[in-house]
Design a protein around this ligand. Sequence first.
Ligand code: NAP
Ligand code: GFB
Length: 321
Amino acid sequence: MDGSVGPMRVLVTGGSGLVGRAIERVVKEGEGREGEKWIFLSSKEANLVSAEETRAAFEKHRPTHVIHLAAMVGGLYRNMRQNLDFWRNNVHINDNVLNMSHEFGVVKVVSCLSTCVFPDKTTYPIDETMMHNGAPHDSNYGYAYAKRMIDVHNRALFQQYGRKYTAVIPTNMFGAHDNFNIEDGHVMPGLIHKTYLAKKEGKPLQVWGSGRALRQFIYSLDLARLFVWVLREYDEVEPIILSVGEEDELTVKDAVDAVVEGFGFKGEVIYDTSKSDGQIKKTANNAKLRKYLPDFKFTPFKQAVKETCDWFAANYDSARK
Ligand code: NAP
Ligand code: GFB
């Protein structure tokens, strides 16, 4: 299916992050195949903002396939503070990785976008055809435009050279090995860290914003299995949304309730409405995914949250925070 000769050598950029570690685990636990080599790259081995360091990593590992996860990543509030850095770092990383993949004859690249790439003013639900229809939400335009340019790069590589490089579009994700930094991270790791501390210190839990924003959450281990499927089977250049269904969209308050239950937290919960809610919703449609994989089972949300709370409590000292 993948068109290469011999077993795959898969280079996973961003291999030390939330998604990279989840892919490493599912590959070890059954998704990997005999003879394949999986290489999980971290920024310590190669800073992919640098063209030279990116070239050196490709020269060293000679991948036949690439899963491209590496990015400057952050939650709503970090994006609002650093749009310029998100734009510049991610444009450089993406151009370097896609350009080196082409130059080194990589057969397939699966890059990672995000549902925040879609236009802010839009009809719902959002699908894969709508990416370039209007400006993204103002809170994260630097990151969102840099991610959109991956799609432009992929289309042009196909048009000029017939390369079949593609991208996936996941919704908000969470799981073990996330970035649990409260100021910089996403809502789920932020809530898990804050609830853990509130319980330990006997203080109220401070939620940022009204709790009314809507999000679709995907567990990193589910996403990891879908990534491996895309690498092996998905043959389109057009991106594919990887998300739970519209019917599984939750409010931030629902997420708070799940984390509170996950830790058995009995204290007060305060919603700080002086803080931004960000994009109020970005409801994505997973019909394309369902057409390919009608029977794929997502881990129930509460179970995934409980597993992540337990992981964080058990790994508090070493967790990224
Ligand atoms: P993460 O846990 O923060 O991991 C980011 C990864 O990128 C790390 O392995 C990091 O390496 C690497 N990286 C960052 N800057 C780099 C650089 N200059 N050179 C080389 N590597 C660099 O992020 P994640 O949540 O796993 O995100 C994976 C992908 O999913 C990203 O493309 C992200 O945009 C996308 N995404 C994330 C979410 C979400 O909710 N988290 C939602 C949609 C899409 P080190 O740790 O070694 O520095
Ligand atoms: O995951 P998050 O930071 O990013 O979620 P986005 C933000 C939502 O959660 C807002 C609420 O409605 C916040 O008001 N929230 C409540 C909190 N408490 C907290 C908290 O302690 N920390 C955080 N971070 N939020 C990001 C984009 O948007 O989504 C990125 O900025 C990326 O570019 C990522 O695409 C997937 O879903 O708003």
